[in-house]
Ligand binder design. Structure first.
Ligand code: PLP
Length: 372
């Protein structure tokens, strides 16, 4: 089929034609026209979290993880101590990169099918005064569970701890209001719910902690403080910017605003998620999470118990029908994941469910029901 498949993944995502067309131009990184695009993108990003009064936003080249790593290296002093509540794969990644940045990290293990408890975070912080920062994954994309950002932020504020939020898969879809929720840094990227293309991340940094970040980073390329100072002085990125990615993000944000911003995006993704879960439910599939803790970002389904099921064949057959699924990321149970995000709506979700039904017929699977 000479048509792009629909990406039902947590990024890269299906983008609009308008976003793709924004990349058909070469920009000089030194040129005032490109600097104006960067400045506009930064202002509009701040608007998404209502952060113009309290935060700056610093873009960084690379995938989302580069920005998480940069946020830890820039925000946490070298003798700092980070608490990472862990209910999934992205939490584990954050703890690992914190350690590799040479910072002390303490992991607080939590069940994979439940949100992190703010009370448990509070107890841990109260028990260990050496902890300086908490790293919280807002939506744990490994399962799709939403963690309680506002509650954890309130605990950190009350106990005087720094908070770094990985909001990669939630930013622009779930509500985040910097006027109400205090965070020192919040990280997201171009290729997730803003529906740009992958290639850059960005970190909101609270102005009140910005000066203290100077000199923390042991990496030149990942130093967000230096990137911010240089950008403030010159309007330019420190090193070669991902020009086409920035231009595509600018176009994607324009469409985000036209659609109605975060509330409209959340409504569309919620509708996508509902259509997906209902449709798959009729085929017998069961989500891993309870509905009340499921974020409308990505749904983890149990693998069918039927002996003919095999994820690779299932994936290939869905791909042949134009839909790209995502493998599971749990170690204990066999699962697969289906994303609800990207420039897609209820129609695409319905077609995806029909494709899955067709795949099951081809594979001789009569029900998606998992083993009990
Ligand atoms: C996508 C994602 C990231 C970044 O992953 P990259 O592959 O580096 O872009 C980090 N955290 C979460 C929660 C994510 O969903």
């Amino acid at each position: 089929m000479d048509r792009d498949a629909i990406l039902l993944t947590p990024g890269p995502l299906t983008t609009t034609l308008r976003t793709k067309l924004a990349m058909l131009k070469d920009w000089g990184s030194w040129d005032a026209d490109f600097n104006a695009v960067t400045a506009r993108v930064r202002e509009r990003l701040l608007d998404v979290v209502h952060g113009r009064e309290t935060h700056v936003v610093v873009p960084l080249q690379g995938s989302g993880t580069f920005s998480v790593e940069a946020a830890v290296a820039t925000l946490v002093p070298r003798d700092g101590h980070v608490l990472v509540p862990d209910n999934g794969a992205y939490c584990k990644r954050a703890a690992k990169l914190t350690q590799m940045m040479g910072r002390r990290a303490t992991v607080l293990p939590v069940a994979e099918d439940a949100p992190i408890s703010a009370a448990a975070v509070e107890a841990r912080l109260s028990a260990d005064a050496s902890i300086t920062h908490v790293v919280l994954i807002h939506c744990e994309t490994g399962t799709g569970v939403e963690n309680p950002l506002a509650e954890v932020a309130a605990v950190c504020e009350r106990l005087g701890k720094g908070l770094i939020v990985d909001a990669m898969s939630s930013f622009a879809a779930l509500p985040i209001d910097a006027r109400k929720v205090r965070f020192d840094a919040l990280v997201a990227a171009s290729g997730k719910c803003l529906e740009g293309v992958p290639g850059m991340g960005f970190v909101f940094i609270r102005q009140a902690v910005l000066d203290a970040c100077a000199g923390n980073s042991q990496s030149l390329a990942m130093d967000l403080h230096d990137q911010h100072v240089y950008m403030g002085r010159t309007g330019q990125w420190r090193f070669t910017p991902p020009t086409h990615v920035v231009a595509a993000l600018d176009a994607a944000i324009e469409q985000f605003v036209e659609e109605g911003g975060q509330p409209a995006r959340l409504a569309r993704y919620t509708d996508n998620c509902r259509a997906l879960v209902e449709g798959m439910g009729k085929l017998g599939f069961k989500p891993f999470l309870k509905p009340e803790v499921q974020a409308p970002i990505i749904v983890t389904f149990h693998a069918p118990a039927h002996p003919a099921y095999d994820f690779r064949r299932f994936y290939a057959a869905a791909k042949a029908r134009g839909f790209i699924l995502y493998p599971g990321k749990l170690t204990q149970v066999e699962t697969f994941r289906v994303g609800c995000i990207g420039a897609i709506g209820r129609n695409e979700m319905r077609q995806a469910v029909e494709a899955v039904a067709d795949v099951m017929r081809e594979m001789g699977i009569d029900s998606g029901a998992p083993a009990l």
